[in-house]
Ligand binder design. Sequence first.
Ligand code: FES
Length: 95
Amino acid sequence: MTYGDSDIIICRCQELTKADILAAIRDGAETVNGVKKRTKACMGFCQGKTCEKLIERIVAEATGKDPAVLVPPTSRAPVRPVDIRVFLDTEDEQT
Ligand code: FES
């Protein structure tokens, strides 16, 4: 079995290959946000810390745009579980 360039995993969290990203671009995505909307790339546990720059480069290469002029994608802080007691008033815990 051989793997081509399009089999490379770009977004590990969402298990998306370069072929998936290129399919989103063929579907009309011209920005990283466009790819995100079509594939959920950058929406995994790391929130794009691993894949965002790779996707930006693929979009730039495929569309012929300078990466510096691409609209930066919207981003969210990584989500971590928080114990509900963090939000309780400490005085309420004693009653
Ligand atoms: S690698 Fe893409 S969201 Fe984590």
